[in-house]
Design a protein around this ligand. Sequence first.
Ligand SMILES: [Zn+2]
Length: 113
Amino acid sequence: MNYQVIDLGLGCQLIQPYDESGYYCVICAKSHGDRCMYYSDGQPVHDFICPDCRMHPGFDDTPDEKDGLTQEQYVARYRRGWLDSVGWDEECVRRLRSVFEMSDDDIDTIRTA
Ligand SMILES: [Zn+2]
């Protein structure tokens, strides 16, 4: 797996995984084939919404100032919202672990986000 760091500005970043089969969602790691969520210059693809976690690039990718979350906390909370919505489906958790190379601790961080 390869990882492109997406710089959203103001110290916020996302990781877009990709390999020879294409791109993966920055939140839920769903395979999107040749559809990226961010262009190589970091600009969001505004007409794309992940069908699994509903992440909308350019709209859902950074915390609201009033929420007081760091970018890492925001991403973890978004992932928890998605996993809650699928009942922590084993296949979804396995996908996150595999694509983002997450440890048990990483998964626990999401669980308590
Ligand atoms: Zn997604």
